[in-house]
Structures are given as C-alpha cells and as structure tokens.
Design a protein around this ligand. Structure first.
Ligand code: GAL
Length: 658
C-alpha cells in the first residue's frame, strides 16, 4: 500500500491549496518564485476546479492544468491533485436538479456557493466519477503528481427523495426485516411501528422529538453515503496510479463523519485545523486534533489546511501574532505531522474568501505573513531529515467514538447544558496540562499498548467495547471513566439498571439512583474541588478502595469519585486543575510519567522519534531544564541541562549525547 512516506521522502511537506485559476498566468511565475524562496515543496491543485476543467458536460479543458503541472514539475514542486467534486459546476444543477441536496425542512440547496451535492444522487455520482476518470487518465503518468486528494471536507447531508430510497436500502442491509428495525428503534412508543419499508423517511422535520434511533441510524447512513462517494473516486484514481497514496481532508472532530471508519479507507489521513488565535485554549484544541489525527493515521499524518493569518468565518477574525504561525505549525510536527500546509497559497482578491489569509497575503512579499511563512519553510527543511516518518508513542489513550456521540447528542436528553465535545476537550486538556502524551482510540480498538485508558464520556457502548474495557483492567491496566458512560447499547436502548451492570461492578456502584445535572454556572462542592456540569446520586457497593465525597447539598457524603483498585469512576466534571491532578495521580500510580519533570505550565513537550520538542505558548521567556547535552536542530546550538525559550519559542532537541 502506498503511504505518506512515499511522498515525503525524508522531508516535511510544506505548501498548500493553490488556486491559480483565479490569477493571470504571469502571476503563476511570481508564485513559483515566492514558493521556492519559502521552501514550498508541495501544492494541492484543482480542489474547486470542476467548472474550469469541464466547462460543458463531457467537454474537458485541461490546457491550463497541463501548463501548471509542468510548471510545478520544472520547479521541483510536487502536486497533490484534487478531484474537483466538492463544487459541481452550475450546469450540473441545471441539468440535474436531483443532484442538489435537500435539508430536513425540504429546502433545496443550490449552486452559487459550494458543496451543493447530494451524496445519494446517482446523477451526481455518475458525473463525479466521469470527471475523476478523465483527470486520473490524463495525469496518471505526470511526474509532478505525488498524491490524490479526493473532494474536500465531506460534510454534507441530504434528506431528499433519492436519499430516502438509499436510506431504506441501507436499513435493509442493517436489519434485514422490519420486525428487527421496529425492535431496534423502539417504535412501539408513540405509534411509530413500520409495516412497509416505503413508510420510512430520512430524519425530516417532525412536530416534536424524533425517534432517537432513527436519527442515530440516519447519521450512520449519512457518514456511510459520503464514504461511498469517497471510495468510488478513490478506486478510480487507484486504478490509474496504484503506487500513489490517496487522502481526503477531515475537519477536526467533525460530527457528521465517523473518521475512525473513514481513516481505514485512506492511505494518508489528513486534517484541516483552524484554532482561534485569541482562544486561550487554542493550542490545546490543536493538540487534541493532532493527537486524534495521528491516532487515526496510526503514524504520520498531514496537516492539509491551516491559516497563515485570520480566517473569515468567525465573529471577529483575528490575525496570528508574530511567531504563532510557526509555533502552531511546529506543534503539529511535534505531534506527528509530516506535512504543514495551508488554505491557501495566495490570498484571493475576489470571491467568498478574499478576506481569509493566504501564505502570501494582500500585503504581498513584504507582508509579515509571507515573511514568517518563509522562515517556517527554512525551519521545516532543517527538521525534515530528522523527523519525517518517525513516530510519537503514548502510554495513555483517550477513547472516542462517533456512534456514541451521535446517540448522545439528541433532543430529550438529561441535560442540554453541555455538549460532548466540551467534555472531551476538558479531559484531554487535563492530560495536556499534566504533560502526558496521549493517543486517541476507538473503544473496540486493541488497548494493549496503553497502561492508562481514559473515557471522558461514552454514553453508548457496544458489548464488545465493554468487554474490551473490562479486559484492559483485568490485565493490569488503569481505567479512568467519566460520567454518562455505558448508559445505552448501540441501538440507544438504556441498559438495565440505567448503567451497564458490568461497569457498575467494575467501579463498585450498587445503584445509580439519579442524575443531578448542574446548571451552566452551578458547581457541586466535593472534598477538595468543585464539580461542574453534572453530579450523581450513587450508592456504592462497599468494594471501593477509595472515594471522594460530595460535600453539602442533596448528595452530601455520597461518592463523587469512586476508585476500585485500577478502575476510577468520576461522576462529575472536576474543575480543570482538579481533573489534571486526578489524572496525573492515576497515571503516576500506573507508572506513567510526564514527558519531562518540572516543566513550566506554558511549555508543551512532546517526544517524536529521537527528538524532544519544546513549545513555548507564552510571551515571556522561560527556562526549561533538560538534563544532558543536546543539539537544537533549529539553531544548531549545543544545549546543556537547560534551554531558554523566548516568546512563542520552539526548541527541537536531539537526545543527549551518550
Ligand atoms: C476549509 C476549506 C477551504 C477553505 C477554508 C477556509 O474548510 O476546506 O476550502 O474554505 O476552510 O478556512
């Protein structure tokens, strides 16, 4: 199987989406000059070029792309070639209105923006396949081509009639009989029993709460339909270039796409990442997404898009202060990225994203953005031979599953005061602040590489997942589990007793009497910290080895945290410092240590391969103790026992010389 290493070849890929069709050809030569000066070695072409490539049905115009491919090749810049199927040309919608997606209210989304395609439309799939075939046939042998990029950020849904037909087919594959479907969906409630497959609809607008299992299956179906669109195009390009890797770019923690499942179908996993420069937890969000993408890739991955400066889709779109672009890019490399790429190369002067930054901003070559990009290119060139194709290893895994998220994120739940991603972020943040390197894993994955498994919240768990968790503890692993875990099965049916009996026994819970969700600004006093979001009325079974009680109020004296040997249950969300300390303790007990001792709070440390990355997220200089003598790959300096990092400073240290 082709892999990212086939393309990187001991380099970190550096570049981005290049949309030269918006510029006169003389600009292309200027682009190449600036790219080379900045060390750009990879561009992604054609992401949204369908109308330019196929201006009329079946009539292709490849001349401009031929010239660009040649230009890139002559200048030693590799091309990640995209299939243009994320933005069909206007003629497709006009000829085939059935290619347009329909929302849950029956409203059609039209052309004039992008991503106006129905994953279920046979006409869309036919035309997407045809343009992909033509592109792959034409460029299969081109020496500039290094990788395929299919579509862009698959994120659409469709509730239309063709989607209804495919949904019924998908359900027949899953359930075989209507009796099985009625049982799984619990249609006995509210007179929803189906007597004919034709009666079943996508999750369209209803008067009051929808059937939750229908919604859950519709989410599964949507992810699967988009995946079918991906694999159809992937198979076409693979037929032409079996030696080249294929990817599609994920959005971070995107609700609509089971990225575990998708990653299995890709040769290279890539992600787009846009933390808000003003967000005090922006770097932690970045770390979470990077850890998750690395885990999906099971190794090096691509940062396919980020912004060199401001985006144009937040309330106020803040630029990156001097040094931040470099810091966050090197953070991605530290956490396993073998590619640092952007949307987009040159900032547009027209169109919907003209106020979104590019690597070359409106200020041009002299602008700070391009100057910093250029410095970053030089840094990446130094790191490439040392880091490309090396791995980050972790003793801790955080479990995450889209199906559980989909099942839990419904109306009619016990509390709408928080969302699952908030909980996931809080737990990852605690590990990040404790300087513990973590992977992510699916609850049914092999957990044997991990000494500590952390479950922030898995509302729905399959039996296989529960058995996997129990086996982890049985073989000596530590499990730390957050509230609202193990409540439902994969059909979103509540488990007897309100929480899976095997898990209750594992944690020493006799009865889970009631949940006591907290209001947004409310906290629950516990012995030594305050809980947020949630609290629980738990009756322990007397087997716990340790318990931290709630203090005062209805739950006074009942356990907020229960520990039975290596299994911990945390029935609230402890405030950040308390959760950090709790996880640090659980890890220390399991023999898992932070990357470095006595790290300043604002310094992130990650080991990748033989290198130690130190990333300073603050503006005031700090000194970090690093026992031994090292070489800093960025400066070439020898570092003995300590290193000082300035504002947003980064050091990449080789292991101490023996
Ligand atoms: C991504 C997208 C790019 C561009 C970018 C702007 O979601 O893939 O094409 O729109 O956002 O931030």
């Amino acid at each position: 199987m082709p892999s990212l290493a086939d393309t990187t070849r001991n380099r970190v890929l550096f570049g981005g989406d290049y949309n030269p069709e918006q510029w006169p050809e003389e600009t292309w030569y200027e682009d190449v000059r600036l790219m080379k000066a900045a060390g750009v070695n990879s561009v992604t072409l054609g992401v949204f070029s369908w109308a330019k490539l196929e201006p009329r049905p079946g009539a292709y115009d490849f001349g401009w792309l031929d010239r660009l491919m040649d230009l890139m090749h002559t200048n030693g810049i590799g091309v990640v070639l995209a299939t243009p199927t994320a933005s069909p040309p206007p003629w497709l919608g006009r000829l085939h209105p059935d290619t347009l997606p329909v929302d849950e209210d029956g409203r059609t989304e039209r052309w004039g923006g992008r991503q106006h395609f129905s994953h279920s439309s046979a006409a869309y799939r036919r035309h997407a396949a045809a343009v992909t075939e033509a592109l792959a046939a034409r460029y299969a042998g081109h020496p500039a081509l290094t990788m395929w990029h299919i579509n862009n950020e698959y994120c659409t849904s469709d509730h239309g009639d063709e989607a209804a037909v495919r949904f019924r087919r998908w359900l027949k594959d899953r359930y075989a009989t209507l009796d099985a479907l009625n049982a799984a969906w619990g249609t006995a409630f509210w007179s929803q029993g189906y007597g004919d497959w034709e009666e079943i609809l996508p999750a369209r607008r209803t008067h009051y709460l929808k059937n939750p299992t229908q919604v859950l299956d519709f989410r599964r179906f949507t992810s699967d339909m988009l995946l079918e669109c991906f694999t159809a195009e992937r198979d076409i390009v693979r037929r032409h270039t079996p030696h080249l890797p294929v990817t599609t770019n994920f959005m971070p923690l995107w609700f609509g796409q089971d990225a575990w499942r998708w990653a299995e179908e890709e040769d290279v996993v890539s992600v787009d990442l846009y933390p808000d420069p003003r967000d005090p937890l922006g770097a932690q969000h970045g770390a979470l997404v990077q850890d998750m993408t690395r885990s999906q890739a099971r190794g090096p991955w691509m940062l396919m898009e980020q912004a060199a400066g401001p985006v144009n889709w937040r309330g106020a779109n803040h630029p990156k202060p001097r040094g931040l672009n470099r810091l966050w890019s090197l953070q991605a490399v530290a956490r396993g990225a073998d590619a640092v790429c952007y949307f987009q190369w040159r900032q547009s002067r027209q169109g919907a994203e003209k106020f979104h930054s590019g690597m070359v901003g409106h200020a041009g070559e002299q602008g700070r953005t391009y100057q910093e990009v250029r410095q970053l290119g030089a840094d990446l060139a130094k790191l490439g031979p040392h880091v490309a194709d090396t791995h980050v290893t972790a003793d801790v895994a955080v479990l995450h599953d889209w199906h559980s998220w989909w099942a839990g994120a419904q109306d009619g739940r016990p509390s709408a005061r928080f969302d699952y991603p908030d909980v996931l972020h809080a737990w990852h943040r605690a590990l990040w602040e404790a300087h513990l390197t973590t992977d992510f894993a699916h609850p049914e994955h092999d957990l044997t590489p991990y000494r500590v498994v952390v479950v922030p919240q898995l509302y729905a768990l399959t039996d296989a997942a529960i058995v996997n968790l129990l086996a982890h503890v049985r073989r000596g692993g530590t499990l730390v589990c957050g509230f609202l875990t193990g409540i439902a099965d994969e059909d979103d049916r509540v488990r007897p007793g309100g929480m899976d009996a095997r898990l209750r026994e594992l944690f020493g819970i006799r009865t889970l009497h009631e949940w006591w969700p907290l209001e947004t600004d409310e906290t629950a006093a516990c012995d030594g910290f305050r809980g947020t979001l949630w609290s629980e009325e738990i009756e322990p079974d007397g087997t716990a080895t340790e318990a931290v009680p709630y203090k005062g109020g209805e739950l006074d004296g009942l356990p907020a945290v229960l520990r039975k040997d290596r299994a911990w249950y945390v029935s609230t969300l402890p405030e950040p410092a308390a959760l950090r300390d709790l996880l640090a303790r659980a890890c220390a007990d399991a023999g898992v240590r932070p990357v470095l001792d006595a790290l300043p709070a604002e310094v992130e440390a990650v080991r990748r391969g033989e290198q130690l990355f130190l990333l300073h997220h603050g503006r005031e200089p700090v000194t970090v103790g690093v026992p031994g003598t090292h070489r800093d790959l960025l400066t070439g300096a020898t570092v003995t026992d300590r290193v000082t990092l300035g504002r947003y400073g980064v050091a990449v240290l080789t292991e101490p010389a023996a």
